[in-house]
Design a protein around this ligand. Sequence first.
Ligand code: HH2
Length: 263
Amino acid sequence: MAVTNVTPDSFSDGGRFLDPDRALAHARRLIADGADILDVGGESTRPGAEPVDEAEEIARVVPLIRAIRAERDVAVSVDTMKPAVARAAVGAGAAIWNDVSALRHAPDSLDVAAELGCDVVLMHMQGEPRTMQAEPRYADVVGEVTDFLAGRAEAAMAAGVARERIWLDPGIGFGKHMMGHNLPLLAHLDRIVALGFPVLLGASRKSFISAVDGGGRAPSERLGGSIAAALAGAAAGVAAVRVHDVRETAQALRVWRAIAEAR
Ligand code: HH2
């Protein structure tokens, strides 16, 4: 899954693809590089990000989704917490609602997901984007994230979302201490995989990589760590990785799989 942000302020690629022509050119490149899913986002969820108005978010994502789907048969997901944005995106051809709030942001999120009939990614986040990194706390981070995701899957199914439509995501970097919480989650992804839903992992270019690597690494200097995390995910059985560097990650995954198959 390729990060396809149309935002002025995303932590890694903010402002680069706000222009529609540049966004579409970038999407074409991600597909050529081997992306199976393009994750189109119009609101940054980085720590401290300011919320975006619903109409503005729709105006950012819908034209790009429509343009991608008009020329390529690639799956598109929409990265949004807002039911109205998800509805507009699915209308434009998106097949997956990727919701970092796990359908908790709006009172009608669960019902809209059931009505749309699209796939949904339910991601764990402690707190909300503006404040989530202030003081994340867990007694048992792996157990709590796993239980939360199981509970959200139950809630989605109770609202009418089909079981086979549900994906889970531990939410690396979302209300998680840099190393104390993100690393145990990455080390125990198999516990989330064992819940029986496809798991999505988004670790690409995130801050914990810089922390492990001694600090001070800009997002563009985190490729090695991003690939290491993607391979850890593959080894644990995740179904997809959400990444910025598609070509390099796809190559790493292909080689990793070829070695596994030669065992
Ligand atoms: N991470 C980001 C955004 N959306 N969705 C899922 N399911 N999982 C993730 O780990 C995830 C996500 C943050 O990355 P990015 O889109 O690059 O930055 P920003 O939120 O600043 O736009």
